[in-house]
Design a protein around this ligand. Structure first.
Ligand code: HEC
Ligand code: HEC
Length: 341
């Protein structure tokens, strides 16, 4: 059609308006079908962060269970330990929280974080010589790090802890999962770890919080520790991972002094972390019952497991304090196993 010039411009404008309105309607339809799109856009801008129960539980069907799992990790002795008013719920034997070692409720990289852990189970356990479930791994920490008993099968407490770990492990990008896994690496000195050297580091970097008697600090006998104890009656037993000098050195390097060290920006040198790990583990602590039953296949035992029996002739002293390279070499040559701890 041939409109006079003015009218044809109006038609063009109307056409454009119509196109804009259709675009807007389309946008509104897409957003109403999938409201996450808007939120995701905003989240994609910063670096990836693990979920937090404080901000990310909305719309989550298992929110209550996950929240309870979080509480169990952060208030362990009050809910399932010595501080519980219900004698049938005192499964943990010390007043540590899971969070004391799995920092920031299991979300800090380099502290045995729970981010991604659910996806790695079931997993072979040399300690038991069988495929182990995540429930059994949690019970491992209950019996050793928490110096207590396993949680009852199918208990709400176990379900809640698993639900929390599972939730933290959902939709974790692969490269992030690798970053969150395990501990900082320590290049092991080729000498025995020396508690006397470690004492110097302890006095310089640890005493302020953990105290020179290593007993930590808490406001009262009924309160959670502000700084947890490192040895003595109220801490992890001698069957715990933290009682192995190599594991403790790796944990300490990436996490202590608290609020200063991170896995990629440690404060202590490898030597300092190694010797101070020996120092804190040179004191008495609760004994795990029946430690001989660990590692039915003795050659699978970590070289730094400080209690026997072993399938080698190295001394108990060397298994505890190193040097570890000769023991690692022995297992590599005799069994073809490369051990890193
Ligand atoms: C005293 C420190 C300490 C405490 C407290 C502690 N853990 Fe652990 N936990 C460890 C260490 C160390 C390891 C790794 C051991 C190893 O590598 O052999 C570990 C491993 C784990 C793993 C496996 C992680 C992985 O990457 O495969 C889970 C799950 C776990 N702990 C759960 C818990 C729960 C739940 C609690 C509380 C009930 C708890 N832990 C309390 C020190 C601790
Ligand atoms: C600024 C205070 C502070 C300093 C300094 C500090 N820690 Fe800690 N440490 C903590 C706190 C707090 C926790 C528990 C973390 C949590 O619950 O989030 C902890 C946890 C630990 C744990 C695991 C839990 C346990 O009781 O076994 C070990 C081991 C440890 N620290 C060793 C050390 C060593 C070794 C040093 C010195 C190199 C050190 N810390 C320095 C505050 C501190």
């Amino acid at each position: 059609m041939n409109f006079p010039k003015g009218i044809s411009t109006i038609v063009d404008i109307l056409k454009m308006l119509l196109a804009l309105i259709s675009l807007l309607v389309l946008f509104l339809i897409v957003i109403s079908v999938n409201p996450d799109l808007l939120v995701k856009k905003a989240k994609d801008t910063g670096p990836w962060k693990p979920k937090s129960v404080l901000t990310d539980l909305e719309g989550e069907p298992k929110a209550a269970l996950i929240k309870f799992g979080f509480e169990l990790i952060t208030k362990t002795p009050q809910l399932i330990g010595p501080m519980s008013s219900n004698p049938n719920k005192q499964f943990a034997g010390n007043n540590l929280t899971c969070q004391n070692c799995h920092l920031e409720a299991g979300t800090k990289p380099g502290s045995g974080s729970f981010v991604g852990v659910f996806n790695r189970f079931p997993q072979f356990s040399g300690r038991e010589n069988r495929m182990g479930t995540l429930e059994q791994r949690v019970d491992g920490c209950m019996q050793r790090s928490m110096n207590g008993q396993p949680l009852p099968k199918n208990s709400l407490e176990m379900k809640a802890i698993i639900a929390y770990i599972k939730w933290l492990s959902e939709n974790v990008p692969e490269e992030e999962e690798a970053k969150y896994k395990g501990y900082a690496k320590v290049k092991l000195p080729e000498v025995a770890a020396d508690p006397l050297l470690g004492k110097l580091t302890f006095e310089k970097h640890c005493v302020v919080c953990h105290g020179d008697n290593g007993q930590g600090q808490r406001p009262s006998e009924n309160a959670l520790y502000i700084y947890p104890p490192l040895w003595g009656k109220d801490t992890y037993n001698h069957g715990a991972g933290m009682h192995r000098v190599i594991t403790a050195a790796e944990f300490i390097k990436g996490n202590m002094p608290y609020l200063q060290a991170t896995w990629d920006n440690p404060v202590l040198s490898d030597e300092e972390a190694y010797h101070v790990a020996a120092y804190i583990n040179s004191f008495d602590r609760p004994l795990k019952s029946n430690p001989e039953a660990d590692f039915p296949e003795k050659h699978l035992k970590p070289v730094s497991t400080p209690y026997g029996p072993w399938t080698d002739d190295f001394t108990a002293e060397q298994h505890k304090y190193g040097p570890f390279q000769p023991i690692m070499k022995f297992y590599n040559e005799k069994y073809g196993i490369k051990k890193s701890k």
